[in-house]
Design a protein around this ligand. Structure first.
Ligand code: TRH
Length: 379
């Protein structure tokens, strides 16, 4: 009998919570033979990311998992043996009470947010006791070292990436599919996924004034406001297929891509601007240089997280110094002048990014870690 897992996702904002939970759900089903039910409270947002999803269906099968709309107290639900709550979303009291009636009690994990900070190693695996039932909840912290919960990485991901990056005809077909058959004519390609970001203007100026030609791909989203301001137009005019040109820069607006196509975009670009958590991790698996727009938090708490990540990469993979300065400039700290220097270093940054990706890949992936932990609890 496969292990039954209930994975809960409350959509707070944007797409990261969903992206992570959906990815984990699919991997548990595909690689660990787990019967996963993914409970999502906002199916309309999910449908934006998952093309085959019916936002009106309360229950449906999608890519090897069951997706259910989470909109009540779940009085009728029968808990599985493994319960994962995404990012501390509180579970309905009646569901927790049903968990407490199970014999044995399910293994209960809270999947937390990713950070490269040192404290993560100390907090990964800590427990809290549910006051009402006495059930034990384990904190699962993703991270960049063996003493953390690891990073999501599907079994065939890096082989698929390597095959794609070595195959010019596969890349040409990908660009053709996006309606950009001319992509290969550009010296470099850059993808841009960020929140509203005042640094976009200076980067685009540097690309326009560069000696080398650039194709900038911008999937629909919050960065369009700054791209529009740079272009002197309204964001509403920037829709799928819109092309803008200035100097040596051509900008193409893309639709919001499927997960698989977004991976291919990251694999195909020479620099990827990413944000939040899931795209940030995917860019590291792309083994290409990245600019991380970290999710802004109150009182600048995110800047410590940015520093921790940059410090960890620098210690391991020895990036050219401009990379750290560029991460800061991309996140609102002074540094308008960094972009030409960053672009000049892209070839060396590419070598370092590949090295970093290979180092990360020596650690067990997050889904495997979860299932090993589960096995250790039920032995
Ligand atoms: O969307 P994000 O900013 O998400 C999150 C959430 O805001 C969350 O609350 C916050 O705590 C966290 O960031 C840090 O960024 P993220 O995590 O990169 O998620 C984006 C998802 O969208 C990811 O799964 C990749 C996917 N995506 C596509 O599928 N197609 C696309 O074209 C693009 C650009 C992204």
């Amino acid at each position: 009998m496969p292990v039954r897992c209930d994975l809960f996702c409350a959509v707070i904002d944007n797409y990261g919570d969903l992206g992570v939970c959906w990815r984990l759900a699919r991997q548990l089903a595909a690689e660990h033979d787990v019967a996963v039910t993914l409970w999502v409270d906002d199916l309309a947002s999910f449908a934006h990311m998952a093309p085959g999803l019916d936002a009106a269906a309360r229950t449906q099968r999608l890519g090897g998992i069951t997706v259910r709309h989470w909109d009540g107290d779940m009085a009728e639900a029968v808990p599985g043996e493994l319960i994962i709550e995404g990012f501390g979303c509180p579970l309905p009291a009646r569901f927790v009470a049903a968990m407490a009636r199970c014999q044995p009690a399910p293994v209960w994990l809270n999947l937390d947010y990713l950070s490269a900070e040192d404290w993560v190693e100390g907090c990964h695996g800590l427990v809290s006791i549910d006051q009402a039932t006495g059930l034990v909840r384990h904190f699962w912290f993703p991270g960049f070292t063996a003493a953390t919960g690891g990073l999501l990485r599907e079994a065939g991901l890096l082989a698929a990436r390597d095959a794609f990056q070595a195959d010019r005809s596969a890349q040409a077909a990908f660009w053709q599919g996006l309606g950009i058959a001319e992509a290969d004519a550009f010296s470099r390609k850059i993808s841009l996924f960020s929140y509203e970001n005042a640094a976009i203007e200076a980067l685009l100026d540097a690309l326009a004034e560069s000696e080398s030609s650039t194709l900038l791909l911008v999937p629909a989203g919050r960065a369009l406001a700054d791209v529009a301001r740079w272009a002197g137009t309204r964001a509403a005019t920037l829709t799928h297929g819109t092309r803008l040109a200035r100097g040596r820069l051509r900008v193409v607006i893309l639709p919001f891509l499927s997960h698989d196509d977004y991976d291919r975009l990251l694999w195909a670009c020479d620099l990827n601007a990413v944000r939040g958590e899931d795209s940030f991790v995917r860019a590291q698996w792309a083994a290409r240089p990245l600019l991380w727009h970290i999710y802004p938090q109150d009182e600048g708490a995110h800047l410590a997280k940015l520093d921790a990540f940059v410090g960890r990469v620098n210690a391991a993979a020895g990036q050219p110094a401009i990379w750290a300065t560029a991460q800061q400039a991309w996140n609102g700290l002074p540094g308008r002048e960094v972009w030409p220097a960053l672009l000049a270093e892209l070839p060396r940054l590419a070598v370092a990014a590949r090295d970093w990706s290979a180092r990360l890949a020596t650690q067990p992936d997050l889904a495997t870690g979860v299932m090993r932990f589960y096995a250790s609890r039920v032995e």
